[in-house]
Design a protein around this ligand. Structure first.
Ligand SMILES: [Zn+2]
Length: 142
């Protein structure tokens, strides 16, 4: 094997392992502030994660509509699907301002049960207590 071939193979391996701009990740919201949330990345397809890959999502990048506060859309513990938009020096920057991105699992505030769902309307009904939950839900399972 020539060095050129070896370098090509190594470059391909590195590309597959790293999280890159445009990648879709699954993450859990660990901190909620008015203007941003901090997300712990738990899954990035078949890419290898570092022990604590973290991301930030600013309020202006949550939805295509205007969102005043992150708490309208997300709560601590919510599991979201998001897209990597930028790789910063200390963390990934991510967005959910696409229909297929947003919350995919949340906890019902009323009965504390886990609610899993995608919602074309932005509302999901809790199966256990009937509570209507409004968030920035992902619209489809794609
Ligand atoms: Zn409920």
């Amino acid at each position: 094997m020539s060095n050129l071939e070896l370098n090509t193979i190594l470059a391909n391996i590195r590309q597959k392992e790293k999280i890159g701009v445009g990648d879709i990740i699954i993450g859990q919201i660990v901190v909620v502030k008015d203007n941003m949330v901090v997300v712990e990345i738990v899954n990035a397809g078949n890419r290898v994660l570092s022990p604590a890959d973290m991301g930030v999502l600013f309020v202006k990048n949550i939805d295509t509509r205007f969102v005043e506060s992150t708490s309208e859309c997300f709560a601590k513990g919510d599991v979201i699907k998001a897209k990597i938009s930028e790789i910063g020096p200390y963390e990934y920057k991510m967005v959910t301002n696409y229909p297929e991105l947003g919350v995919i699992r949340t906890i019902c505030k009323q009965c504390k049960n886990a609610v899993i769902g995608y919602s074309p309307t932005g509302e999901v009904k809790c199966d256990d207590c009937g509570n209507m939950i409004r968030k920035k839900f992902a619209k489809t399972g794609d």
